[in-house]
Design a protein around this ligand. Structure first.
Ligand SMILES: Cc1cc2nc3c(=O)[nH]c(=O)nc-3n(C[C@H](O)[C@H](O)[C@H](O)COP(=O)(O)OP(=O)(O)OC[C@H]3O[C@@H](n4cnc5c(N)ncnc54)[C@H](O)[C@@H]3O)c2cc1C
Length: 397
């Protein structure tokens, strides 16, 4: 398989894919630099854990979604903005929406997930997902429209009381203030089922303080233009809604679902501990599309922190494969969980530390700053965070 000048193609420029190419671009290539191509349907990387901050205008789009062109400016990586349609394992080719095909020697699958809007009738037409910059802009446009309307209260329903639903509900409550009537719906019997108890308690307090209604053991059955149908203990109830946010589910990107390999529950693809596909050792999978058990037999979660850690391992292993060195098994380190719980407030629990309130919000921002791709972007964003409060103070009131 190893060629003198192999081509490496990385599909998906999120936490798994982008950080893999950035790592690969830093390695020495004594046998000659391979051609490395990153493919993403969008022109920008999105730092998803900070997407909520666009709703409250705490951050600007350029800070959390830098263009690939600037992130890869000083590297030899080629970026292709295109949609991946199909992967031909036999021909080692990727078919793109534009009609072009890319040949690969080594392939990285990092296309992530999508929010499924086909789980209940009406969701695709009337509910707003929250997974991309376009989603966030669509949401803020709708909020601005409602805020400038004559109506006294603004009724928002958030489907799903996992991290995304809870964080979004708190941000929306802070943005809408007294006019907001926010309802968080979940079919489970508690919020944040997977979170550490400290974060769950802090989140519960944050929701209560903001007057957010929580409907547990409740299924959202249908969405219409101005209402939702809820089902609690077998009883249907229709309530009015000006805006419905959908945060439930994680569907694997279609080209991955279509791959003729074994899939596990949810359509993810199993990998070896070295993040390779067992039958295709020149193909790596990471992030949300991968179902991986690490070297310590721990199930790797579908999170940004796991994808980011996997990117270093995948990059090393591709380099090692090409340069006839030993591959390393992936070892996942769980660093904890951080939640934003409104404007400039957060909760975090991890590595023996628990913290909530404004200090946790500052800590969360600083941790994320160090995780942003490229030093150049970190410096631009960090400087903006230092300078912005002074500039705002100078603005005429
Ligand atoms: C709102 C939100 C907040 C989150 N907060 C946290 C958090 O606080 N902490 C945490 O650990 N995790 C968080 N997550 C989860 C985390 O973001 C994901 O687990 C992580 O992004 C997975 O990385 P990935 O590389 O697999 O996929 P992604 O980062 O989603 O990247 C996939 C990329 O593939 C591209 N793509 C998809 N399909 C195609 C196609 N057909 N053709 C071309 N390109 C395509 C997409 O445009 C995207 O850029 C959050 C998720 C969301 C939605």
């Amino acid at each position: 398989m190893a060629q003198s000048n192999p081509s490496i193609v990385i599909l998906g420029g999120g936490f798994g894919g982008l950080y893999t190419v950035l790592r690969l671009s830093q390695f020495p290539w004594p046998q000659g630099r391979p051609s490395i191509t990153l493919v993403d349907q969008h022109s920008r990387f999105v730092f998803l854990p900070l997407l909520y901050e666009l709703v409250t205008r705490e951050l600007e789009t350029w800070e959390i979604a830098p263009p690939f062109s600037s992130l890869l400016a000083n590297t030899s990586i080629q970026f292709r903005q295109d949609r991946v349609e199909r992967i031909d394992l036999a021909q080692q080719q990727v078919a793109l929406h534009s009609g072009e095909t890319l040949d690969y020697g080594y392939l990285v699958l990092a296309l992530g997930g999508e929010t499924p809007l086909d789980l209940v009738p009406g969701a695709a037409e009337y509910a707003v997902p929250f997974r991309s910059v376009d989603d966030a802009h669509r949401l803020t446009a709708r909020l601005s429209q409602l805020e400038t309307s004559a109506q006294e209260s603004i009724r928002v329903v958030v489907a799903g009381a996992g991290p995304s639903g809870v964080e979004l509900a708190c941000k929306l409550a802070d943005r809408l203030g007294d006019r907001g009537r926010i309802r968080l719906i979940d079919r489970n019997d508690s919020i944040l089922k997977q979170s550490p108890s400290f974060n769950r308690t802090s989140a519960q307090k944050a929701l209560d303080n903001r007057g957010i209604w929580i409907d547990l053991d409740t299924a959202l059955k249908q969405v219409t233009a101005d209402s939702v149908v809820l089902n609690y203990k077998g009883q249907d109830d229709t309530i009015g809604a000006d805006l419905v946010l959908w945060t439930v589910g994680n569907a694997i990107a279609q080209p991955i679902q279509d791959l003729p390999v074994a899939h596990t529950a949810g359509g993810r693809i199993p990998t070896t501990a070295t993040l390779q596909l067992a039958e295709y050792p020149h193909i790596f999978a990471l992030g949300d599309v991968a179902d991986s058990v690490d070297a310590n037999q721990a199930q790797v979660p579908a999170t940004a922190q796991a994808a980011l850690q996997q990117s270093s391992c995948a990059a090393w292993n591709i380099w090692a494969l090409i340069n006839h060195r030993s591959l390393l098994p992936f070892r996942y380190t769980h660093l904890g969980e951080m939640l934003t719980l409104g404007t400039e407030t957060a909760a975090l629990a991890g590595l023996g530390v628990t913290l909530d309130g404004p200090l946790a919000s500052v800590a969360r921002r600083l941790v994320y700053l160090t995780r942003m791709p490229t030093l150049d972007h970190q410096v631009k964003v960090g400087l903006n965070w230092v300078v912005k409060p002074f500039l705002e103070a100078l603005q005429p009131k």
